[in-house]
Design a protein around this ligand. Structure first.
Ligand code: ANZ
Ligand code: ZN
Length: 760
């Protein structure tokens, strides 16, 4: 081919890959595969009616590059894709249009899949999964039953967050600033019987095991914050002239001498008995203090009551000022004052000792509190997994027998929730009636369905064995593929999706579904990509009309250009606006690579400069892909291409190195060039090149010179200089002569090729 014609090339290779199942991940054969496995996971998308967004390819292409490189390095790579397809948008679309969610989902998936295939992503499509497929959600329901059997799923009347527009109960995390995260409508409280999952039982392990995984610090911090472990004590305050007493939770026991009143939350059992004369007795000094009820104290946290210390807590101070209550300071510069026998003691020590003293009198005990709550697992909607439970008047709640799974969603016509907010399934009368699995009398099915999270909690396990009819997945296959080596997804999913799926994984590990040697953490490593904004830095949205359709870009420029552009636009984890100029730049780059083929000859006549650049590029691209620095990897490829342009003739050897390095980024273009120029094989499975360490060494380094730790000068030196030589050069600079003059050098700190520090 003379001209670069991406459309033709891309169609040709995509067809071939599909026909030959090129990127199939091979399960370990009975004899055992010699290739080490590598499991790369990207968050599976929700196939909405809008089709793929340009933000999706950023994650998919990035990790596709990693997958393609790992294959070349000899790994047996698992890189799968599927559909997280239960959920509200499809249901709301069904309510509006009357098109059944099953039909709409199928159509949306077809669009998404076609779009992804046109990007040249190397997914193993044989392992495609779909959370709305009964053969998949059978296992989502099965997991629920196991949780129920272990006492980790229970029904409770809960005040839930009730979205007045979606008419569903929302989890706390779906309520943002008192409005519904999905629709922005007002959220009110409503009491409802709900299925709950006891994630709180796993709080400590979810926290501790963060030490075992490679997540970005801020992601770990997000997990920790959500779990919200806090160590403190419960202290008992007797109520004067009464048999009642109030337990408070505090993390600052050492401030108790400064406690000037108590506050109960409005939901506290004693709240209704509180009057202006109610007095509590401070157990450390027997002082009588007033008791208030105020909503800055939460009912659901700790004991629902606090000892107020306005001298050291801002919220208490605000309240104290408003009600003219005394403010006493009891800690100054970390040491207790006005605190009886504890005066003069360090606050940290006093914290322990006061608890101990009160414990001996039976008035306090150490406690740990968590912010984490049990997880509301019921939704009163249609388009979700039916909760596989049956309620019998005589026998109570029983799980559906496992042989009867899946409990399929009945195909009803009216998906709207009932007026009281019950699920549309409550209207499917013939579906609800069922024989009690225990006594055989007529009983009723649960009509609530599971939340969105249910299907995505465990999907990465099913990829290991997507068609298993007998088990969630064959333990041998799990043992081979798990844990996930690298998981990339959106920053917005780093808290809850990670927490929930880690919980479910630990549970499955506990009950032996996951083989023990894998360990109890599902993901070894987690990274996040940044969002892509519209041009000018505003969020892409339909209403602003600035949504970019990736297919249009592929039509106009080709998938390889889009891929290179999205990887070159900026650091992978950063949010970045779309920019057509950048797209054109990526196109120019690939055209250059294409034109270079005309200069490829059999001569080995490259200059030494090119040899060096080739090896430096290998090093840079190799390392940068591993740290998701795709933009700088592409920069170095651009440098190499520019160097090659200066040569009259390029050796086949070097040109093929360029093609292999560029292949993960622009798989179609490079494969076509490979076919035209190289003798045998294919580019995608050609071995990743190695560099010669001697050739990549920089000869000069920039060395920092400090005096007493302050940077005073920077000089260029040869690489690898000894301390003695470095000292000599450093001290001969004019600047240094000035600084050192008349001083005695007491000590020298030397870091080779980096820094020399004179202590004077
Ligand atoms: C006395 C005190 C003095 C407190 C001081 C703080 C500072 P974390 O770290 O979040 O666990 N508290 C306890 N239960 C509460 C509730 N149900 N609603 C609102 N606030 C509550 O915070 C623990 C601290 O938050 C506790 O320690 C308590 O106030 C307050 F200088 O006790 B502290
Ligand atoms: Zn029964």
């Amino acid at each position: 081919m003379k001209e670069y014609n991406p459309k033709k090339i891309e169609e040709k290779w995509q067809k071939k890959w599909e026909k030959e199942n090129t990127f199939k991940a091979v399960d370990p054969p009975a004899s055992g595969s010699k290739k080490p496995k590598y499991y790369i996971l990207v968050e599976f998308p929700y196939p909405s009616g809008d089709g793929l967004h340009v933000g999706h390819p950023r994650s998919y292409v990035g990790l596709d590059i990693l997958a393609r490189k790992k294959r070349k390095e000899g790994f047996n790579v698992l890189f799968p894709m599927g559909w997280d397809s239960f959920g509200l948008p499809t249901e709301n679309y069904a309510i509006k249009t009357g098109i059944h969610p099953v039909v709409a989902t199928k159509e949306n998936i077809e669009v998404f899949k076609d779009q992804e295939k046109k990007l040249g992503l190397s997914f193993d499509w044989d392992r495609e999964i779909n959370t709305t497929d009964p053969s998949y959600y059978k296992w989502t329901q099965w997991i629920f039953i196991q949780l129920f059997k272990k006492g980790l799923a229970y029904k409770a009347k809960m005040p839930i967050n009730w979205c007045t527009s979606c008419k569903i109960g929302l989890a706390n995390e779906e309520v943002v600033n008192d409005v519904c995260e999905r629709c922005g409508s007002k959220v009110v409280e409503k009491e409802k019987e709900q299925w709950m999952l006891k994630i709180t039982e796993y709080a400590d392990r979810l926290l501790k095991d963060l030490d075992k995984v490679d997540y970005p610090e801020r992601v770990k911090a997000g997990q920790k914050e959500w779990i919200g472990r806090s160590e403190g004590a419960e202290i008992e305050f007797k109520i004067q002239d009464s048999d009642n007493s109030v337990l408070v939770f505090t993390t600052r026991s050492e401030t108790i001498f400064g406690c000037t009143y108590l506050v109960l939350s409005p939901g506290h059992p004693l709240a209704k008995d509180v009057n202006p004369k109610t007095r509590a007795i401070n157990p450390v000094n027997n002082k009588k203090i007033p008791v208030f009820v105020a909503d800055y104290v939460l009912t659901e946290y700790g004991t629902g009551a606090i000892m107020a210390v306005p001298g050291h807590d801002q919220r208490d101070l605000d309240f104290a000022k408003e009600h003219s209550l005394p403010v006493i300071e009891v800690v100054k510069k970390d040491v207790l004052v006005d605190s009886g026998n504890f005066t003069g003691m360090k606050s940290e020590k006093a914290r322990e000792e006061i608890i101990e003293w009160l414990s001996k009198k039976g008035r306090a005990k150490k406690t740990i509190n968590y912010k984490l709550r049990d997880w509301i697992f019921s939704r009163q909607r249609y388009w979700g997994e039916p909760i596989p439970m049956v309620n019998c008047k005589k026998c109570g709640w029983l799980p559906v027998p496992e042989k009867d799974l899946p409990v399929e969603l009945p195909k009803i016509k009216d998906y709207k929730p009932g007026k009281e907010g019950e699920s549309a399934l409550a209207k499917a009368k013939s579906w609800i009636g069922v024989d009690c699995p225990k006594c055989g009398f007529r009983a009723k099915r649960e009509t609530d369905v599971m939340p969105n999270w249910a299907g995505s909690n465990w999907y990465f396990l099913r990829y290991c064995d997507p068609n298993n009819k007998k088990k969630l997945a064959d333990p041998k296959k799990l043992e081979y593929w798990m844990p996930v080596d690298w998981y990339n997804g959106g920053m917005e999913h780093t808290t809850l999706h990670l927490l929930y799926s880690r919980f479910i994984f630990k549970f499955l590990w506990d009950i032996g579904v996951i083989p023990k040697p894998i360990g109890s953490e599902p993901y070894k490593k987690r990274t996040s990509h940044g969002m892509i904004l519209g041009e000018g830095g505003i969020k892409m949205s339909k209403s602003k009309g600035n949504v970019i359709n990736p297919n249009k870009i592929v039509e106009e420029y080709g998938a390889d250009v889009l891929r290179v552009y999205e990887m070159f636009m900026g650091p992978f984890e950063q949010t970045i606006p779309w920019d057509v100029k950048g797209l054109k730049g990526a196109q120019r780059f690939l055209k250059k690579v294409w034109r270079l083929k005309d200069r490829v000859g059999n001569e080995i006549g490259d200059g030494r400069d090119l040899e060096k650049t080739v090896h430096q590029t290998i090093k840079k691209v190799t390392e940068d892909i591993e740290s998701l620095k795709f933009n700088t990897a592409i920069s170095s490829l651009m440098v190499l291409v520019n160097e090659m342009e200066k040569q009259k003739e390029i050796s086949m050897n070097y040109y093929s190195v360029l093609l292999i390095l560029l292949n993960p980024f622009a798989p179609h273009t490079t494969e076509e060039l490979w076919e035209e120029l190289c003798d045998d094989g294919l580019c995608w499975n050609s071995e990743w090149p190695k560099y010669n360490p001697k050739l990549v060494k920089e000869e000069k380094v920039s060395l920092i010179i400090q005096v007493n730790g302050k940077v005073r000068d920077k000089i260029e030196t040869d690489i690898g200089l000894s301390e003695v030589k470095t000292k000599k050069i450093a001290l001969s600079s004019d600047k240094m002569i000035k600084y050192i003059k008349g001083n005695k050098i007491k000590n020298i700190i030397f870091v080779k090729d980096r820094l020399i520090n004179f202590v004077i």
